[in-house]
Design a protein around this ligand. Structure first.
Ligand code: HEM
Length: 303
């Protein structure tokens, strides 16, 4: 652990000069800490979900004090094992409460901008300002590195706590699903190819048979709809292969497109009344399922 933190300072080229500069800035930072904390809270409250983590006045008051302490400590001048262990512990607390690392990263943007703005508006010489900016950037980046390392280690420890057998099964399953996904992508490309065939066939029916202009145009429109949905599905599958979620919504959309095509065709026939009713009900059910999936997705994005 000791070695890890020595390396950290080396990797960020954090020098004694940086340490001295940060130490010199401490009195100035103590003067502006109240402005800092007010702005910090305005900023994180803007996330919209902050209240679900900082649940009551007592926790907020505690967190405010801890953040102020952390802020002043950025300029403490002693960046030893104890300092980095303290940062690591903060990260662990955030992991424990299930705070997404995204919020911490974003809060750091506020911290960075607040400090840099204050330094640039100060009466220090241009040389001191330049050196201060470099030292501040380094200490902030090192803080973010350690704070988020708890998140990475949480992931890693989940993996390390598995038995050899479990790890083999997990890796095997991952490889298997990636092959299946490739197969699925290929099958979808084939579907799109057939959809193009269907579109061409419908064009043929429109111009070279006695299908009638009205039915012909509706049929062409329907096959275009299916083609569009198939392309959307391929697009979603590509996103899935790139590591994003499973696109059940796109499958539902394809099913709706296929059924709407049938409705367009049947709507011209007086004998298909019952079929039309059943298809209509199925389309409404699919639309409701699609809507529910969209709602769930957007609420996950907000979280
Ligand atoms: C620059 C970013 C942040 C820093 C430096 C920071 C710092 C801290 C510190 C020092 C603690 C106390 C750890 C301890 O008890 O030992 C803490 C706890 C906590 N933080 Fe943060 N925090 C940050 C961002 C956030 C954000 C964005 C949220 C919420 C949206 C948050 C929510 C919490 C909560 C809920 C606790 C636990 C409070 C308790 O003990 O009940 N933190 N944080």
């Amino acid at each position: 652990m000791q070695q890890q933190y020595t390396n950290l300072k080396e990797h960020y080229k954090f020098t004694q000069e940086d340490i001295d500069i940060l130490k010199q800035l401490k009195p100035h930072m103590e003067e502006i800490v109240e402005d800092f904390i007010d702005g910090f809270y305005d900023y994180i409250w803007g996330f919209g979900t902050t209240a679900s983590f900082l649940k009551n006045k007592k926790i907020i008051a505690y967190h405010r004090e801890k953040i102020k302490e952390w802020f002043i400590n950025l300029f403490c001048g002693t960046y030893d094992m104890t300092y980095f262990m303290y940062l690591y512990k903060i990260g662990e607390v955030h992991v424990k409460i299930g705070l997404p690392t995204h919020y911490v990263n974003s809060a750091f943007t506020y911290v960075r901008i607040f400090i840099l703005k204050n330094i640039q508006n100060s009466s220090y010489s241009q040389e001191t300002i330049t050196k201060s900016i470099m030292a501040i950037e380094k200490i902030i980046d090192m803080n973010l590195d350690v704070l988020t390392s708890s998140y990475r280690e949480e992931e890693l420890s989940k993996f390390l706590s598995m038995s050899k057998f479990e790890k083999t099964i997990l890796s095997g399953l991952k490889r298997f699903t990636s092959y299946i996904n490739l197969l699925l992508a290929g099958a979808l490309a084939l579907v799109a190819f057939f959809a193009i065939g269907l579109f061409c066939y419908d064009i043929y029916l429109l111009f070279f048979t006695d299908i009638g202009i009205e039915k012909g145009i509706l049929t062409v429109l329907g096959s275009l709809l299916v083609l569009w949905a198939a392309i959307e599905l391929i697009h979603e599958e590509v996103k899935h292969l790139q590591g994003k979620g499973f696109a059940i919504g796109a499958f539902i959309m394809l099913a709706m497109a296929a059924l709407i095509r049938k409705v367009l065709i049947y709507s011209l026939s007086s004998e298909k009344g019952e079929d039309l009713l059943v298809i209509g009900i199925v389309i409404v059910c699919l639309a409701i399922a699609y809507w529910l999936i969209k709602i769930k997705k957007s609420s996950e994005l907000v979280d």
